[in-house]
Design a protein around this ligand. Structure first.
Ligand code: HEC
Length: 375
């Protein structure tokens, strides 16, 4: 794999790891945020419902009772009476169901329900109710008498058919003596006993003050918020990917200009050296041979001089001069080659220094010529 291939592979790995990690972090933080928000909504809703009912009971029912009437299960048939607080809650919750369009919903429920619709109807109800009973047990055996404030809400998140929601249940204890006496009376009625028997629950339940009487059950769907969060997450990931790709493209471009191209140029230069060095070596061989020839010619001249042959000596000296001249020219050639080689080395050295210094001058980065040399 070439240097570019390796670079791309490393970038791709970094990209995948970075993308995956960002996705996981966003997903986790969004999920926990959504869940916290949903629980907050459930707290808000239950506070509102409980407060509405308390005001209804004290201000409305209380006033009417002073006036000689009050609240009645069959208020429709009794002149001057208004619905029971629990009926008021149920009526408002029905209105909310129409109005809120799946934003949230709630209802009062109980294991000992008087309204057949308000029993523990699903697995969550039974699971949460069991935990409320355990809390009541703890209160009963503990030093503190159960108070409305000590109860802890029980909740969990559920996903069914791809739709997620928070299921939340808060105890509705018998906070007043009136709750106890009225509900205890109902428990003795034949139709309520039949309802208990029909559900396999022991009839004749006796409530006590502050004991568990029922619960407020709140449902908060979170798939809409989750979809919005997923959209936000995808947008963030898209922006990150764009920044990542542009950033690395720039980096790659700089590396290409500042390192890869100059290095490639240097490699070409080094390849050129080989032929230049060959030329110098060849030239030097020639020089050695010429020096030999010169020595032979010298010896020839010496011989004919010793023999006293003036004419031959003159001729020998002339040829010696020509050989020496040839030699001088070759030596000059060799010097030129060596000089050339030296210059090339200097060039390469400068270039490599530039690469090492990371393109000291901006011009050497951006003014790289076709051969890769800084201009
Ligand atoms: C005057 C009698 C009366 C009083 C007082 C009363 N309730 Fe009820 N309660 C009822 C009736 C009747 C229902 C069923 C109403 C309906 O049809 O929704 C009911 C329903 C409920 C429910 C819903 C489960 C069910 O039984 O259907 C809860 C929980 C509840 N009451 C708790 C309380 C608490 C807590 C108090 C005191 C703060 C209280 N009630 C006071 C008569 C009473």
């Amino acid at each position: 794999m070439g240097i570019r291939g390796k670079f791309f592979a490393v970038i791709a790995i970094i990209g995948v790891v970075l993308g995956g990690a960002t996705y996981a972090i966003l997903e986790r933080s969004h999920n926990s945020l959504i869940e916290q928000e949903a629980v907050r909504v459930a707290e808000i809703v239950s506070t509102q419902v409980v407060s509405d009912r308390a005001v209804y009971t004290q201000e409305l029912v209380g006033k009417l009772m002073k006036d000689g009437v009050g609240a009645s299960e069959n208020s429709g048939e009794n002149k001057g009476y208004i619905p029971l607080p629990a009926q008021f809650v149920r009526n408002v919750s029905k209105r909310v169901a129409q109005q809120a369009k799946g934003l949230y919903s709630y209802s009062l429920v109980s294991l000992w329900n008087l309204n057949p619709e308000q029993g523990l109807n699903d697995e969550f109800d039974r699971w949460a109710w069991k935990q409320l009973e355990q809390q009541e047990q703890a209160f009963a055996t503990g030093p503190a008498v159960a108070t409305g404030y000590a109860w802890k809400p029980v909740y969990r998140f559920e996903t069914k058919n791809g739709k997620s929601k928070l299921l939340y249940m808060m105890a509705d204890p018998a906070a007043a003596a009136a709750c106890v006496s009225c509900h205890n009376n109902y428990e003795k009625q034949a139709d309520v006993m039949a309802l208990r028997n029909g559900r396999g629950i022991a009839p004749g339940k006796t409530f006590t003050l502050n004991g568990l009487m029922g619960a407020l059950r709140v449902e908060v769907p979170i798939d809409q918020v989750a979809a919005l969060a997923a959209e936000g997450r995808d947008r963030t990931l898209g922006a990150l990917a764009a920044i990542f790709v542009i950033g690395f493209a720039l980096l790659l471009w700089l590396i290409h200009l500042a390192i890869i191209k100059p290095v490639e140029w240097s490699v070409l230069k080094v390849e050129g050296f080989t032929s230049k060095i060959d030329a110098v070596v060849l030239c030097n061989k020639d020089l050695v041979q010429a020096a030999d020839e010169q020595a032979t010619a010298c010896r020839g001249a010496q011989n004919v001089l010793d023999a006293g042959d003036i004419v031959a000596t003159t001729r020998s000296l002339a040829s010696l001069a020509s050989v020496a001249n040839d030699n001088a020219m070759r030596a000059e050639d060799s010097a030129v080659y060596c000089n050339d080689l030296n210059e090339s080395f200097d060039d390469l050295k400068t270039k490599l220094q530039e690469i090492v210094q990371g393109g000291k001058k901006a011009s050497s980065l951006f003014g790289v010529g076709k051969d890769g040399r800084a201009e």
